[in-house]
Design a protein around this ligand. Structure first.
Ligand code: HEM
Length: 406
């Protein structure tokens, strides 16, 4: 990477510290203005990689699965360590033509009927938690609310038995959102294995005695005239848990932080001057939960005049694209009534988030519950960021809810 940028010369995008201890938007503005497609030098014995920062380039890269493959992995950390072992099996890390077949199979499980039912449960659960917390006053939003909702939603979708849900959440937290710099990679891998093994057992059970749920549907499905192998079923269940829990959790937490920090915007929302649906899109843009996704060049290609060689890792920075001033006016101003809002928080193109409907439903439910039950929300202590170069969010958010006066 070029070293001509003030305060960016020692930037290492592989090190979560860079995201936690600095304002990353300063870097992204520099990347977009000076080096919209930049080479990030190798560090610590790991390969270098490309950094794509502009909205137009990130969107075009998402929409180019022919040249940019997902099969080796889609998260920088995983790609720097080697290949994702789930490549070609788990939806997110599979290329065409199998990706298309697997995606249409999974989409069957996300029928409007199923989604409506799940969204209603999200609404009820969220409203009741927010009401309880409004009575409690001060609490940590992460543990008391955010951790309770998305995992329960995915577990409803997969019909995971109640008694297993707590351990799944614990394993899942260990796979991605590290709480500190000392977090152990082996621990993350072993947690991932625990989840996959858990779902292998459940898939075998449901194949023998199918019910009306996603696991049963996958366990009894055929793809290319053969039954979907049990480990493929398990990996795709894992993929739903992974996508469904972490990013929804982070978006809920960042939403509460944003509303606490912007009381004027909160009043506009509460008093009905902004629709929840419009506000949710801005909150997804403002605090983009998945900061990047990555691809591997399947052949030589050119992006913005840069020659990318077959095999190169290409990182697509949603967090930068969503703050591109050529697309979003005053991007670091939270504007809940911003329309249009062409953010890339859910990606774009063939791998566009499968759970976007549910992710949005969860955010709408949170906003509605807050409007119904709260007068005001304020921070009640310093928030603690998660230690990650992939996810943006907090591991602790002490807040005080002020109950709505009737
Ligand atoms: C606010 C919440 C969410 C955000 C910000 C988010 C973000 C994303 C993004 C950016 C991608 C594209 C990845 C890529 O192109 O490589 C993606 C894909 C995916 N998401 Fe989400 N997601 C959210 C919620 C969910 C939920 C609730 C589920 C599950 C029910 C889910 C499941 C998936 C799956 C399975 C994929 C892979 C799709 C494919 O490869 O075809 N996500 N998500």
């Amino acid at each position: 990477m070029s070293t001509d940028a003030p305060a960016v010369d020692s930037l290492d995008l592989t090190d979560p510290t860079a995201f936690v201890t600095h304002d990353p938007h300063e870097y992204w503005t520099w990347f977009r203005r000076s080096h919209p497609v930049a080479w990030h030098e190798a560090a610590g014995g790991r390969p270098g990689f490309w950094v794509v920062a502009d909205h137009a380039d990130v969107q075009a890269a998402y929409d180019n699965p022919r040249d940019l493959s997902s099969a080796r992995g889609t998260v920088l950390d995983v790609l720097l360590r080697g290949d994702d072992s789930a490549g070609g099996k788990m939806l997110a890390v599979t290329d065409r033509p199998r990706h298309r077949e697997l995606r249409s199979l999974l989409l069957r499980a996300f029928s409007p009927r199923v989604l409506r039912g799940v969204a209603e449960k999200v609404h009820t659960r969220t409203a009741s938690l927010v009401e309880q917390m409004a009575a409690a006053g001060s609490f940590d939003f992460v543990t008391s609310v955010a951790e309770q909702i998305p995992m329960a939603t995915i577990c409803d979708l997969l019909s995971v038995p109640e008694q297993d849900r707590g351990k799944l959440l614990e394993w899942n937290k260990r796979t991605l959102s590290s709480s500190d710099a000392e977090a152990d990679e082996m621990d993350a891998l072993s947690a991932r294995n625990e989840i996959v093994l858990y779902f292998m057992d459940l898939a075998a059970e449901r194949r023998a005695r199918p019910g009306d749920d996603v696991i049963s549907m996958l366990a009894t499905a055929t793809l290319d005239t053969a039954p979907l192998p049990l480990d493929d079923v398990a990996l795709n269940c894992y993929s739903l848990i992974l996508g469904g829990d972490e990013s929804s959790r982070m978006s809920a937490i960042s939403t509460v932080r944003a509303l606490a920090d912007h009381p004027g915007q909160w009043r506009d929302l509460r008093e009905g001057r902004v629709a929840c649906e419009t506000a949710a899109e801005e909150l997804l843009r403002w605090a983009t939960p998945a900061m990047h996704f990555a691809r591997t060049a399947a052949q030589d290609l050119v992006i913005r005049g840069q020659h990318i060689e077959r095999g190169d890792i290409v990182t697509l920075w949603n967090v930068s694209a969503n703050n591109d001033e050529t697309v979003f006016d005053a991007p670091r101003t939270l504007n809940l009534s911003r329309t249009p809002n062409r953010h890339l928080a859910f990606g774009y193109g063939p791998h566009f988030c499968l759970g976007a409907f549910l992710g949005r439903a969860a955010l709408h439910a949170l906003l509605r519950a807050m409007i119904e039950h709260l007068e005001a929300v304020e921070l009640d202590g310093p928030p603690v960021r998660i230690f990650s170069n992939f996810l943006f969010g907090y591991q602790s958010l002490p807040v005080r809810f002020h109950r709505r006066r009737r």
